[in-house]
Ligand binder design. Structure first.
Ligand code: UDP
Length: 318
């Protein structure tokens, strides 16, 4: 098959490119490298079947050959990144989604939109089931991302229900693994790089807020299933690991796994409206896709720490 991955140079996107290339598909990676990194696709660039298009999905798309599948993962995704690029984030998920849906419609290609657990905002229902409508401020500090993703879902649902495109939506929860940007400001990359350097580890607030983190290979497996399983058409799926821990627990387990004596400091640095609790209900993905996370936190952290260790220079700079 010929598969377009918009945002293919991003963290999750580059793992998806690799997996689909390994399956023998032709993979076109379209990315504007705004918050993603060329280094993520360096090992793919010379592989047969891989093509990189340096293009912005909100503009007129470059000529594309006939496609069988379109994955949309093109958006800033870490809180510091989408706060730095609020308009770009809104446009990538609105105009960008529309452009990619039209491209899929042109070829009758299957379409997958990657949404986010952020559509639930600071959830009042726990764990979050796909039917939960969320607790989101349309003008709050995270609104450029939360509302962008909600719009992205709405336009994808509209193309799907009007039978223009065979589409599915995946709400990706917190994801970690090798290849994530050590400087994107997220919890796991921050804690690992801080522990490796032996400096202070910055726990935001009192660290009692919770997250459920999923290893990237598990997320990629779920994305492929959501695209390929017939019953997934027109549906929304949570993908994430339902094992919930506090932020403070993540800091401690990472410090122990790295073997670091870093000090934990509590700072008031969270991006506003920091959700208090987050944990996916994955019953739908389990039942319809036969999917569930397989990689344990200790296995996942070991390979992620090994990646960050390699990315750190001898002097502790990245
Ligand atoms: N966090 C933290 N220290 C950091 C970075 C993040 O305590 O150095 C917290 C953040 O406040 C949030 C959680 O870790 O409660 C997850 O943050 P992340 O940026 O990874 O993503 P989010 O889930 O907020 O989108």
């Amino acid at each position: 098959m010929r598969i377009l991955i918009a945002g293919g140079a991003g963290f999750v996107g580059s793992h998806l490119c690799e997996r689909l290339l390994e399956e023998g598909h032709v993979v076109i990676c379209m990315d504007n490298l705004l918050t993603s990194r060329r280094s993520n696709i360096e090992t793919l660039i010379d592989r047969p079947g891989f093509e990189f298009m340096d293009a912005d999905i909100v503009k007129e798309l470059p000529p594309c050959p006939r496609l069988d599948r379109v994955y949309h993962l093109a958006s800033p995704a870490s809180p510091p990144a989408y706060c730095r690029y609020p308009i770009e984030t809104l446009r990538a998920n609105s105009e960008g989604t529309r452009n990619l849906l039209d491209l899929a419609a042109r070829d009758g290609a299957l379409f997958l939109y990657t949404s986010s657990s952020e559509v639930y905002g600071d959830p009042l229902q726990h764990p979050q089931h796909e039917e939960y409508r969320g607790n989101v401020s349309p003008t709050g500090p995270r609104s450029m991302y939360d509302e962008a993703k909600r719009y992205g879902e709405a336009i994808t649902a509209a193309y799907s229900s009007s039978h223009r495109v065979s589409a599915r939506i995946v709400r990706v929860f917190n994801t970690y693994g090798p290849g994530s940007d050590p400087a994107d400001g997220r919890m796991i990359p921050n804690f690992i790089t801080q522990a490796l350097r032996g400096g202070s580890m910055t726990v935001y607030g009192d660290g009692s807020q919770t997250r459920s983190v999923c290893y990237v290979a598990d997320i990629v497996a779920g994305l492929v299933l959501a695209m390929e399983v017939e019953e997934a058409e027109g549906k929304v799926f949570n993908l994430g690991n339902p094992e919930e821990r506090t932020v403070l627990e993540y800091a401690k387990v990472i410090r122990r796994t790295v073997g670091s004596d870093s000090r934990l400091i509590f700072v008031d640095q969270a991006v506003g409206d920091d959700p208090r609790r987050r944990r996916p209900d994955i019953a739908r993905a389990r039942n319809l896709l036969g999917w569930e996370p397989r990689v344990s936190l200790s296995e996942g952290l070991s390979s992620t720490i090994a990646y960050f260790r390699g990315a750190l220079n001898g002097d502790g700079r990245l």
